[in-house]
Write a protein that binds this ligand. Sequence first.
Ligand code: G6P
Length: 369
Amino acid sequence: VAAEKGEYRHFMQKEIHEQVRSLTDTLAGRVDFDEGQIRLPQLNLTPDLARRIQKIIITACGTAAHAGMVGKVLIERIARIPVEVDIASEFRYRDPIVDQNTVVLAISQSGETADTLAAMDEGRKRGAVLWSIVNAIGSQAMRIADGYISMQTGPEIGVASTKAFTAPLVDLYMLAVLLADLRGVLDSTRRKQLVSDLRLIPDLVGRCLDRENEIIPVAREMKYIRNMLYLGRGINMPIAYEGALKLKEISYIHAEAYPAGEMKHGPIALVDRDMPVLAIAPQDPWYEKMISQIEQAKTRGGSVIVVATEGDTRVPELADHVFWVPPTPWLLSPVVTVIPLQLFAYHIASLRGLDVDQPRNLAKSVTVE
Ligand code: G6P
């Protein structure tokens, strides 16, 4: 097993670094950069079906559900189809409103999560079109779907999911562009722009990984904290949830995520010197709002770490630490903003000497309810 980890101490760290490759593979064969077209043949998406869809319900558990939350913003923004995101264990028991013009889209690394499969069955019973985005080839979630997108990440071993989070973000973006195109809501200039932006992704992720050494000292400083509050808005709000989940899973530090605009309705009461705040504030349409949220956290004495875009001059004046990401088209920004948060959680757990790849009480795939 040691050999398979190569130069890395843990599978999780190796898998974080594999994202340049997995995202390159995610694009390969799907994106025609010359024509500005997306091809997802295994989805079996006809123009007829694309026009008939009235609602998409994304259902998943854990990290996959956070990818789905980003997918909601992408599909609604690009394809203008209403999207709900439903935790699979909730969807299956809620008597959901689903018909033959509804797509139930499951996202699952393993393709074997019991709640997610049950949610798919529920969708099937009610006549929905069933799609899945799955990593494990030949898994149940792939077999029972009417169409699927196969994540091109290779096997993921670390219990805390990393490369199987960023791949579905890109899959969902491609899906949104394809749906928009088939429904005739994209002019060709915009379509070509959205498609050509994809080309940047592996390199931008690589540039985030090159900054790993800037994250380690912050992890060292923070490794004995008891709590942490993660804040984000808009398309990066789910990244706050995902960053907090990574920290909880492998370092056993209590981390809570909030849509930053909700701070004033409760969580701001928690912010003091013992409650560090991690804010995600890249150059996206919510940037100004995030800046004022960071100011508020700062005045209450909390230590603030901010994920910000290279070249930003306002964030360094406010933040105690900055995790830099390269400038990225905002619809793809979650793919880069999550990278420093994966590395931060990884290094905290690793510095604490914890069993990063097999955290206590957790399983890679939960095949019972
Ligand atoms: C488990 C894993 C998580 C994962 C979740 C969903 O809880 O520990 O990392 O996100 O299951 O798994 P799936 O295979 O359906 O993506």
